[in-house]
Design a protein around this ligand. Structure first.
Ligand code: CA
Length: 222
């Protein structure tokens, strides 16, 4: 029986333009009302997660910056800004990256638009700074080593004392792979990247938020 649902936001409970899906929102509320713990994890920032938690009426902690920070009644920061900022400054100085607007609210990661090629110029440099680069499909992020959605999932499983088979994760892009762990149930909307579809127990018929609404409305089948 599923006791915890951990979902991505962008492309998973939104449409392709990032507009929040009303069908997914409604199902999230239904699932929580049925007694299941519902949490969200995103590359986005704490103020955005505050908004989701408040206006969707979620009770569980939510995770910003790919798991690096958590909000409930207070904010918990699991990682620091030192390394991501140092690497971002380096990229900026070399003319390889431009910061994104949400950086002003970030605690432990930096978002950027690449001005150089990520594979050839940016990624090789990241090892020197001991940081990781990830792409949500909507933006690029510089993260500390170990700062990922799997970290958030581990935290929740430990906090609520859950076994892997009691957890359902939903995501659509490469930065969701760390939470697509062995033993947990995995579902994806139809727009998900092939790498996620390969790992998924269930692929929704619909894409984006409608696909996640479909997944959430049949929770008992997991
Ligand atoms: Ca996503």
């Amino acid at each position: 029986m599923i006791k915890l649902v951990l979902s991505d936001i962008d492309g998973t409970i939104t449409d392709s333009r990032r507009v929040l899906s009303s069908s997914a929102s409604e199902q999230i509320r239904n699932v929580q009302d049925s007694g299941v713990i519902v949490s969200l994890v995103s590359g986005n920032v704490i103020p955005v997660m505050y908004t989701f938690r408040t206006y969707l009426g979620l009770k569980a902690p939510l995770f910003a910056e790919n798991g690096g920070a958590m909000i409930e009644d207070s904010i918990t920061q699991f990682f620091t800004m030192d390394r991501p900022m140092a690497f971002f400054r380096h990229l900026e100085k070399k003319g390889l990256a431009k910061g994104i607007m949400t950086n002003q609210w970030r605690l432990c990661s930096m978002g950027f638009d690449p001005l150089g090629t990520v594979e050839n110029e940016i990624s090789p440099l990241s090892a020197q700074y001991n940081v990781e680069i990830t792409n949500s499909g909507f933006s690029w992020h510089i993260l500390n080593v170990g700062q990922n959605k799997g970290f958030a999932l581990h935290y929740l499983m430990e906090r609520y004392g859950l076994r892997p088979e009691e957890v359902l994760v939903i995501g659509d892009n490469l930065n969701d792979i760390p939470m697509f762990m062995d033993g947990v149930r995995k579902a994806v909307p139809a727009n998900a990247e092939e790498e996620l579809k390969m790992r998924a127990d269930y692929i929704a018929r619909s894409g984006y938020g409608d696909g996640s609404a479909e997944i959430l409305s049949s929770l008992e089948s997991f």
